[in-house]
Write a protein that binds this ligand. Structure first.
Ligand code: FES
Length: 284
């Protein structure tokens, strides 16, 4: 567990106890979730489990309140590989098993952690990182981050170089992404719609080509979950800019990418950590 990797830079590139996050409530989650059948922002049901139990956690065997749980958007019960696991605690092995069905060896799922929307993405990094980056062999890559004005902000390499980001070091072939779109706060998903951006393909370099992007159905923003950068965003609640480590935006109206959430694999249960909770407050 928790093996850590040195990452390869993108081709052509050089190598607090602040406020608690504003947990979105059930109404907000529904408002910002989307229904793939209708293609619009819509409702998603919590089923028989109340929202309080999401915040409080359930049995210890499920990982308690730090566990990340599957979230099955309405209309994807039959198409998502986790369609029958709504609100079950995510297991690491389930991603390994699903990745074995993929031509790229990747797997992803929508989830919820402490009331916050997330995407969990498995990438066969350890298998591919020692070979030259080629199409169809995904691995994580570090990139330089530029804000919406084009100014350099920082590098994904700071995960390894700056002790304050140590909890985010890449491990277990997996990342967790806080998933509120920096455009207008919808919730991007993993392969919940079918198009060129979401097909099971991968190309190196963090461009907008290739597939396996996180896709925001509201206005078609795209994010490459294999490219990790440092960037900055503005908190809609307090107007303050903040810097974060996250994945790269590759296209669409979103100004920047979305932040990472540190995690551990506890037994087989995926548990998130709240080290950077101030990064998850930028939406209303
Ligand atoms: S809210 Fe995501 S693209 Fe507009």
């Amino acid at each position: 567990m928790a093996r850590r990797f040195k990452l390869r830079p993108l081709p052509g590139e050089q190598a607090s106890d602040s406020e608690s996050p504003k947990l979105i409530d059930r109404r907000e989650f529904m408002r910002h979730s989307f229904n793939t059948a209708a293609g619009v922002i819509t409702m998603a049901s919590l089923g028989v489990v109340g929202f309080a139990s999401l915040l409080m956690g359930q049995a210890d065997s499920d990982g308690g309140d730090s566990s990340v749980r599957f979230w099955v958007p309405t209309g994807t019960e039959d198409s998502a590989w986790y369609g029958d696991r709504h609100l079950e605690a995510m297991t690491y092995q389930s991603f390994v098993d699903e990745a074995a069905q993929s031509s790229t060896g990747m797997a992803g799922a929508s989830g919820v952690w402490s009331g916050l929307p997330v995407n969990v993405i498995y990438v066969p990094h350890s298998e591919n990182a020692l070979s030259p980056p080629v199409e169809g062999s995904p691995r994580f890559q570090f990139a330089d981050g530029y804000n919406e004005s084009g100014a350099y902000v920082g590098s994904g390499f700071e995960i390894d170089e700056d002790p304050q980001y140590e909890a985010l070091s890449i491990h277990d072939n997996m990342i967790i992404i806080f998933s509120r779109c920096p455009h207008l706060c919808c919730i991007p998903g993993w392969q919940l719609v079918t198009n060129d951006f979401t097909s099971d393909q991968w190309v190196p370099g963090g461009s907008d080509s290739g597939g396996n992007k996180l896709f925001c159905i509201c206005h078609s923003s795209r994010f490459d979950p294999t490219v990790i950068e440092k960037n900055m965003n503005r908190n809609r609640n307090n107007g303050e800019d903040f810097r974060f480590i996250g994945i790269k935006r590759t296209g669409g109206p979103a100004p920047v990418g979305m932040p990472l959430i540190p995690f551990v694999v506890n037994g087989d249960i995926i548990e998130a950590l709240d080290d950077f909770k101030d990064w998850y407050t930028y939406c209303d």
